[in-house]
Ligand binder design. Sequence first.
Ligand code: ADP
Ligand code: MG
Length: 253
Amino acid sequence: MSPTAGTAAGTALDVAGVGKDFRGLRALSDVDFRVGEGEILGIIGPNGAGKTTLFNVICGALRPDAGRVVFGGRDITGASPDRIARAGMVRTFQLMRPFGSMSVLENVSLAAQHRRQSRHGLRKRSLDVVERVGLGEWAHCGATELPTAGLKRLELARALAMRPKVLLLDEVLAGLVPAEREPVLDLLAALREEDGTTLLFIEHIMAAVMRLSDRVLVLDQGRVLAAGSAEEVTSDPRVIEAYLGEEPGGDDD
Ligand SMILES: Nc1ncnc2c1ncn2[C@@H]1O[C@H](COP(=O)(O)OP(=O)(O)O)[C@@H](O)[C@H]1O
Ligand SMILES: [Mg+2]
């Protein structure tokens, strides 16, 4: 059993000793951390560090080879992504894949159906979410008509339509110009302030990590290299070294 964190708020997510291999490649190794309810955890690390794999394990897309994932006090290790989403833990994807033949609103409604609710509730919820992410004017446009920034917002809207208690964001700012990032950051901050949503966000844009995170987890070669405040981890020599050593496709042990 891992030691108790001793925080006032409850633990939203407990990742304990998680390991994942891909045919001999150790993608995750003994990954341990907790996230408190309403906390915002930034996750950083060089390319190939295992960040997306970690999300896949947490949200049920991949079964870990070792360890367990406890969400809201329940062991969900190995549960299906659908069950986990229904229980209130939802993730966005790094590569967006909306249904191109459907409108923005229909894409969001489809996601909203994951949570059982009345037809009226579903439509209202979907419209609210579309407005909230700033896609109101695009609601009835085809999803494929959206520019990159719009697709990112749609991906976020689909996740929000499922009313997550815990939301995992995989590089939601990538591909956005600075002016487009601000409203997304404001929205994420509001999700915590107004809805009490717990956030885990993988991000390369350090200004965003510094602004939003209560705590930052640094992954490198599948391991937790450091954890602490944004200031602490970014001044940690091991973290600086991990980033300096980053090279495209570099995967040596
Ligand atoms: N489905 C998979 N099959 C085989 N190898 C994978 C798979 N997914 C990820 N990997 C490998 O696991 C490592 C971690 O990848 P990933 O989690 O995508 O890293 P990050 O998101 O930090 O860039 C990389 O070496 C990657 O090539
Ligand atoms: Mg990734």
